[in-house]
Design a protein around this ligand. Structure first.
Ligand code: KG4
Ligand code: ZN
Length: 398
């Protein structure tokens, strides 16, 4: 089956077309095409993501990206005959759905009726968690396509997307995912330890009390005068400090390392960086790199230790580490050595481009749900949704 994935929960506008086959535990995914636009350059000057600006950019970029996507997949066939007769009626209803995205509606009306319905079986769209204004754009775009072409849609959870992003890594096989599994999901908005009993049966066993790890990376980068997003910048400097053996500039705490709970806290760590750097005055490049290294080490120590306890406490067979922060090289190495130090634990991580937000993982998570027996919203339901204007599928609260 062919699934169109749509992801607009934060600052990436992402679309993907996947051919999905096979049954659990051995699903097979083939990426037919991908189109992704990062808004990083726009949000950079503000040092973080502005929800209303993210929304505007998603609305502006979805149709151009969709065009690119169809072209890459060879699905951009002209429909000169305009075969669907009651376009104007459907477009009127779609106008209601996209009433708060007039620019998107204009582009939609100009482009979509000129092409043939692509061979897509299901539209998977991120429902949440994420920035509500940004989520609305993707959801409304999905509703509009679903109504126009009579394609069922499946609202999809962003974190489930990160979780199943590991199923496409060629270094491992989907069959390596054995249960119980422990997943550490680390992104800009979340730091969660999940215990999965089966594909869709899981529970939260630990999370952060305050800042998410990615957020801490971004805030510490800001303190050090590095651009947004801070994760890759900190990682680069930290690596330099390790390779060149720069002396330690500051000593940072390992928050909650000794607590038995599987909870995290990163806000104090960020504040410690702030106070300790303040007394140092203007920081040299070497000092910045050394602080980046100590910060990365502190985060790694805590994440690895809590994850180790979770794996042992639950007799896990698989460890999944996913989400934007899992792109971090040092962390990947630390988790690889954790997994190899424990008998019978297989580590699954996403391929690097699938660590940060993307639509491939959204289509994959939808396929896992469909394979487990969940039904996509049928056309008649979508039509009902359209009749209800902006009601029906709504963003999930963060
Ligand atoms: O999953 P993601 O793309 O978006 C959210 O769902 O939040 O994660 C983004 C986060 C950002 O905070 C970014 O700084 C962090 O992932 N990140 C990294 C690295 N690459 C991205 N953090 C540490 N090291 C990296 N190499
Ligand atoms: Zn994410």
């Amino acid at each position: 089956m062919t699934i169109l994935g749509i992801e607009t929960s934060c600052d990436e506008t992402a679309l993907a077309l996947l051919e999905c086959n096979g049954e659990l535990p051995n699903p097979r995914f083939n990426v037919l095409a991908e189109a992704l636009h990062s808004q990083v350059n726009i949000h950079k000057e503000f040092g973080g993501v502005f929800p209303m600006m993210a929304k505007r950019e998603h609305a502006r970029n979805l149709i151009p990206l969709f065009k690119q996507l169809l072209q890459k997949a060879g699905f951009d066939k002209n429909d000169a005959a305009h075969t669907s007769k009651n376009h104007s009626n459907i477009l009127k209803n779609i106008g209601m759905v996209l009433e708060r995205e007039p620019e998107l509606f204009k582009q939609f009306s100009e482009y979509i009726p000129t092409i043939q319905k692509p061979p897509v079986d299901v539209i998977a769209v991120t429902q949440g968690p994420g920035l509500e204004p940004a989520l609305w754009v993707g959801i409304n775009f999905a509703k509009a396509l679903s109504a126009f072409w009579d394609i069922p849609m499946l609202p999809t959870n962003h974190m489930e997307g990160h979780l199943f992003s590991v199923l496409l890594n060629p270094a491992t096989s989907p069959k390596d995912l054995r249960f119980p599994a422990v997943a550490l999901l680390i992104s800009g908005g979340h730091t969660e330890l999940i215990l999965a009993h089966d594909y869709l049966s899981y529970e939260l066993i630990g999370e952060t009390r305050d800042d998410a790890v990615g957020e801490a990376f971004d805030k510490v980068a800001r303190i050090l005068g590095l651009p947004y997003p801070g994760g890759p910048e900190i990682s680069k400097l930290a690596q330099e400090a390790r390779e060149k053996e720069y002396p330690k500039t500051v000593e940072l705490p390992r928050p909650m390392l000794r607590s038995d709970k599987l909870e995290f806290s990163f806000s104090g760590l960020k504040t410690a960086v702030l106070y300790k750097t303040r007394v140092l005055g203007e920081l040299s490049h070497k000092q910045k790199a050394s602080i980046a290294r100590e910060f990365e080490d502190a985060v790694t120590d805590v994440l690895v230790e809590k994850t180790r306890r979770a794996l042992l406490a639950h007799g896990a067979k698989t460890l999944i580490v996913a989400g934007g922060v899992s792109a971090n090289k040092h962390l990947r190495e630390a988790f690889a050595s954790l997994a190899s130090s424990l008998p019978d634990i297989k580590l699954l991580v996403p391929e690097l481009p699938l660590s940060t937000d993307n639509a491939v993982m959204i289509a994959m998570a939808a396929y896992v749900r469909l394979s487990a027996g969940e039904k996509a919203k049928s056309t008649s339901e979508t039509q009902k949704t359209i009749a209800q204007g902006r009601m029906g599928i709504v963003p999930e609260k963060a």
